[in-house]
Write a protein that binds this ligand. Structure first.
Ligand code: V3L
Length: 86
């Protein structure tokens, strides 16, 4: 999330930013070259798959969301982690 990149997950008709703490954890795992990581997000364990660029809850593995790592200014966001920005 430094160096001008941010992490996003898919919402309805747009992208949400991850919360800053989760975003930092994602960036660290990504930079280490880990193929996957597991993160606690809002009290639920999520799997992140960096090869497929998806996230899903361990309890609901069929419900997947796309994720992306993208340049800071190139994506219009819905907000941060479910908090809408206007
Ligand atoms: N960070 C925060 N909340 C999340 C995340 C995440 N990375 N992933 C899922 N949730 P699922 P619209 C999203 C929430 O995939 O209107 C948005 O943040 C997710 O919240 O089945 O469709 C909004 O709050 C959902 O409430 O594990 O764009 C909300 O959806 C819940 O976890 C509506 O967004 C289950 O998601």
């Amino acid at each position: 999330t430094k160096q001008g990149y941010q992490w996003f997950y898919e919402g309805k008709n747009g992208w949400w930013l991850y919360d800053p703490r989760t975003s930092a954890d994602l960036e660290e795992a990504y930079k280490l070259g880990q193929p996957t990581c597991q993160l606690l997000i809002a009290g639920h364990l999520y799997y992140i798959d960096f090869n497929r660029m998806i996230q899903y809850r361990s309890a609901e593995p069929r419900k997947r969301r796309k994720i992306k790592r993208d340049a800071r200014r190139s994506t219009v966001t819905k907000g941060i982690a479910g908090l809408k920005s206007f």
